[in-house]
Design a protein around this ligand. Structure first.
Ligand code: PLP
Length: 362
């Protein structure tokens, strides 16, 4: 099997697995204690979580706190609903880019007046557009999950501030790969950086207040009640340490595979999204008349995606590809391949080779 779907999820790093196993082993003297208990075993588990919080936070700006959540969707909901509730009845618009993940997109609609920020055909959400006067929250992701384009989040943060609005950055696809700066709140997820599924985090700038969305035991500064898993937190921390240490190396590796993959998708294939202002571990391409469902069934040994992992299978046309001006037909003839740390040149050659062979025979 060849895995070329790194935007959907990433394989667990051995370092993260090792860190996790320590806390799953219940043999004598080991750590199954409740991290919120005041006794010795509890304090040991609590210390592992404190360390993980520091490790995860080391890739985020200074001057904020990391709140562990179950995943990034939960982090985004906490940020958006938590700040809206804290504001009370003031209402106001929530301005979101047209290419946000459903976690942001659907939540914006659920909590108020969703205002859509346009995205250019190259996949960029530029700041040369006005925010409604009553905008209370602006949400622009750093790297898009479908087309990989990088957004000017620092500028959006500045613009939000000028409009007295908060700025939430969904950094799920960029955290651990590049610097994440310029935001009031940042949502991240462990399983996109070779950590385990089931844990994410919300970084919140000091001074920003939000209402909890899960009440109960008052864990995570009272913002997210529930007993934390030391195993998941420790593994997230370990994955963050490796991501930090290997950032340059991982980046160079992604670039090398990008050059290889880009050359393979020549001739009849067109690139979706900007060529350069983009994470080069993501290639989203289309080919006129391509039957993607047939392609996927003919390449069962290659893991790749039609549109976004979330939208694929739903039968819906990708809202991201539509936002950059593609017709329904063009969007539906698009595929996404993605790679990262553990992808070899052979994986790319063989995986894309199989995709091309099947596409050419249609
Ligand atoms: N935001 C983006 C950009 C994503 O790619 C994803 C997952 O695909 C999410 C949010 C949701 O992350 P999680 O799976 O941790 O809920």
């Amino acid at each position: 099997m060849i895995y070329l779907d790194y935007q959907s999820t990433t394989p667990l790093a051995p370092e993260a697995r090792d860190a996790m196993l320590q806390w799953l082993d219940t043999s004598e003297g080991s750590g199954f204690g409740n991290p919120h208990s005041p006794h010795r075993m509890g304090r040991q588990a609590g210390a592992a979580i404190d360390l993980a919080r520091e490790q995860v936070g080391a890739l985020l700006p200074a001057g904020g706190r990391v709140i562990f959540t179950g995943n990034a969707c939960e982090a985004i909901n906490l940020a958006m609903r938590g700040t809206a509730q804290h504001r009370g009845a003031q209402g106001g618009a929530v301005s979101v880019s047209a290419i946000e993940h459903a976690a942001v997109w659907d939540t914006a609609e659920a909590i108020g007046k969703r205002h859509v920020l346009n995205v250019a055909t190259n996949g960029q959400c530029n700041t040369n557009q006005d925010l409604p006067q009553d905008t209370r929250l602006v949400c622009v992701m750093q790297v898009n999950n479908e087309i990989g384009t990088i957004q000017p989040t620092v500028e959006w943060h500045r613009k939000a501030k000028e409009n007295n609005a908060l700025f939430l950055c969904d950094a799920v696809q960029s955290y651990g790969k590049m610097e994440v700066t310029g935001a009031d709140m940042i949502a991240i997820s462990a399983h996109k950086i070779h950590g385990p599924k089931g844990i994410g985090a919300l970084w919140v700038r000091d001074g920003i207040e939000l209402d909890p969305q899960i009440t109960g035991g008052l864990q995570e500064l009272g913002l997210r009640s529930g007993t934390l898993s030391p195993a998941l937190c420790a593994a997230f921390g370990a994955a963050a340490v490796v991501a930090k240490d290997r950032m340059e190396q991982d980046h160079e590796h992604a670039e090398e595979l990008w050059t290889l993959a880009r050359d393979m998708f020549a001739d009849n294939w067109a690139l979706n999204g900007d060529e350069d202002t983009r994470w080069h571990g993501n290639l989203n391409v289309r080919r006129k008349g391509l039957d993607v469902a047939r392609l996927m069934s003919e390449c069962r040994n290659v893991m790749f995606s039609a549109g976004s992992a979330c939208a694929s299978g739903s039968g819906k046309t990708s809202h991201v590809l539509k936002a950059i001006g593609l017709s329904d037909k063009a969007a539906k003839s698009s595929i996404r391949v993605g790679w990262g740390r553990y992808t070899s040149r052979e994986d790319v050659e063989q995986g894309i080779g199989a995709i091309l062979k099947a596409a050419n025979s249609q």
